[in-house]
Design a protein. Structure first.
Ligand SMILES: Nc1ncnc2c1ncn2[C@@H]1O[C@H](COP(=O)(O)OP(=O)(O)OP(=O)(O)O)[C@@H](O)[C@H]1O
Length: 228
């Protein structure tokens, strides 16, 4: 489903974020990206939803070439990819319902379908009772649940998450991981950059370690592998 071929990324300031990466991630995989701060994990994630374009090499998702893709095609790509960030990025002046519904409204889904699918996604993440409140009235864990609902509203084939538990306490982080686990079980491929050692060690999923922009380790059922 995802294939990176000889991918390098050098930012305009000269920072070499990724160096000659070759990777294949199959449909339905659950992959943790680990590695020291500044290793290139976020950059790799950004290549997957075409927030960044590699300096060299190819990025393919479902046989679509993201490097050659025209800017006007990007919104279509993003409909098949859900994105979750560490800092939530919810719209502050929209309710939970409106934040989640927005992703459907912008692609022209009819009102009734928007309502049904939005409520189903909000129910799935356990936030039915908070459907009409604003983000600032929610805890961090609840805000991240809204982000999960927003990310899965289009039933994406791929979900990418950049440190989704980074701002959450350990217990709340596990609630989010339980959700991602269930979403993966339903067939969505998940790629998640993280520093959460306990989560990586417990879940025993594929672990790709990035160090200095290169793949340093790629294990089928791996552990976090770095000291505290
Ligand atoms: N927009 C940018 N412009 C210039 N350099 C950048 C940019 N984004 C990242 N970098 C540099 O690229 C390298 C990789 O950064 P990246 O954010 O991908 O690392 P990371 O592994 O996600 O780190 P962290 O774990 O701290 O989030 C770093 O040297 C960083 O300073």
């Amino acid at each position: 489903m995802i294939q990176l071929t000889n991918v390098s990324k050098i930012y305009p300031n000269g920072a070499r974020a990724l160096v000659d990466i070759n990777l294949k991630i199959g449909k339905g995989n659950f992959v943790f990206l680990v590695g020291p701060s500044g290793a290139g994990k976020s950059t790799l994630i950004k290549l997957l939803y075409r927030e960044e374009i590699p300096t060299r090499g190819q990025v393919q998702i479902n046989n679509k070439n993201l490097v050659r893709m025209k800017d006007r095609e990007v919104p279509f790509l993003r409909r098949s990819i859900g994105v979750i960030f560490q800092d939530f990025k919810l719209l502050p002046n929209k309710t939970v319902f409106e934040n989640v519904a927005f992703a459907l409204e912008v692609i022209g889904v009819g009102k009734r379908e928007v309502r049904a699918r939005t409520l189903a996604a909000i129910e799935l993440v356990g936030l039915k009772v908070k459907v009409n409140v604003y983000p600032h009235e929610l805890s961090g864990g609840e805000q991240q649940r809204v982000c999960v609902a927003r990310a899965i509203i289009n039933s994406p084939a791929l979900l990418v998450a950049d440190e989704p538990t980074g701002n959450l306490d350990p217990e709340t982080a596990w609630d989010i991981m339980d959700l991602l686990y269930d979403i993966n079980k339903r067939g969505t491929t998940i790629v998640m950059a993280t520093h959460a050692r306990a989560i990586v060690n417990k879940m025993q999923k594929r672990v790709i370690a990035i160090e200095n922009g290169r793949v340093a380790r790629d294990e089928e059922k791996g552990g976090y592998g770095y000291d505290a």
